[in-house]
Design a protein around this ligand. Sequence first.
Ligand code: MEV
Length: 439
Amino acid sequence: MKGIINGFSKLSKQQKIQWVAETFGQNPTEMAEHISSWQHADAAQQKVLDGFTENALTNYPLPYSIAPNVMVNGKVYAVPMVIEESSVVAAASSAAKFWLNKGGFHADILGTVKLGQVHFRWLGQPETMQYLFPEIKAALLASADDITANMRNRGGGITDVELLDFTAEEPGYYQIRASFETCDSMGANFINSVLERFGDTLEFFFDTRTDLSDHERDVEVIMCILSNYTPDCVVRAWVECPVGELEDLARHAGLPGPEAVDRICTAVRIARLDPYRATTHNKGIFNGIDAVILATGNDFRAVEASGHTYACRDGQYRSLSKAWVENGIFRFELELPLALGTVGGLTALHPLAKRSLEILGNPSARELMMIVAAVGLAQNFAAVRSLVTTGIQSGHMKMHLTNILNHLGATDEQAAAAQQYFADKTVSFSAVREYLGQQ
Ligand code: MEV
């Protein structure tokens, strides 16, 4: 049947491109050339990229942008962002500029604990397991000594090992939950290596206990893996300012400062009480966060997964940010888990990830957490401010106008004229096409 192939991964890159183009392309020659053309001109650079995944054919480009003027705890950053959505970088930059002369963003780290789990089945008496656990814990820690040595030298390592008993919910199911400090690395490989060692040690521990019955010597390790939910690896970022100094908050919309503040606070409260709105509200936050995570070679799926779980930690999915006025001070705050690294993994391998970290002044993981949270907050502030004043579409479609003009093949002159023409008009694909048709 067309499209089924054995041994695809064993083909050379050229053969893979050829097979895809010949099997699926309407014009195979054109498709093969087009796919190949996105490869890096420098073969050594391309080899690095190809090394990241299996079956790489080419590169998939996305714009690499900068949001300047992001002041966090008094230090100003130009923040690299990788994202395709037209208005995101503009919105982050505008919010950063807005807060620049109002103290910028503030941020602190609430914790940096990362977690991993060994899930196993043991069918003896739970009291026996409780009795054995101190010995098991000592054996686990000792067995991972060689893996943790470097991390311990850097000030990290395993910080706790607990036993959790889930036998009431699933017969014989226990969990070893280990806590880790991974310093400046995201630590996924480190944590997973330790956990797999724990799994082997657990089996060895029970297997070699002559004081246990045959039945009790039988332990079944189901899986060993880190948890991407890191509720104790959390950063908080906020902006604050007397309401009286926010007259410029919605001047563009002709709205007095206090009224705009009230509408923003109401919008954020709505996102705290309604999961439908909360999802979109948090999506706006992750517009900024994911873009910096990608630009710095971090794992945006891990960050998203953890952030969304954190958003429903009290049982209902809610906004990750809060906004309120107290004693005349407006405060807009974002709190979320961010398990990031600034050494190791892709941060060291991806040429532009390395460059991003350099642009940010080679921050520690903690500093990067604060920068990323500040950008998430900037994004959220900009989105909510637009939503409660002008609406999101005018800014969004103004940015999208460039995409439409490019798509319709407008010349530079036509594009410049169109930008002027649509400055006070509603942008839509058909309106732009009609406008160009009349030129
Ligand atoms: C669009 O990508 C993001 C927003 O929908 C976020 C929000 O509604 O808060 C504008």
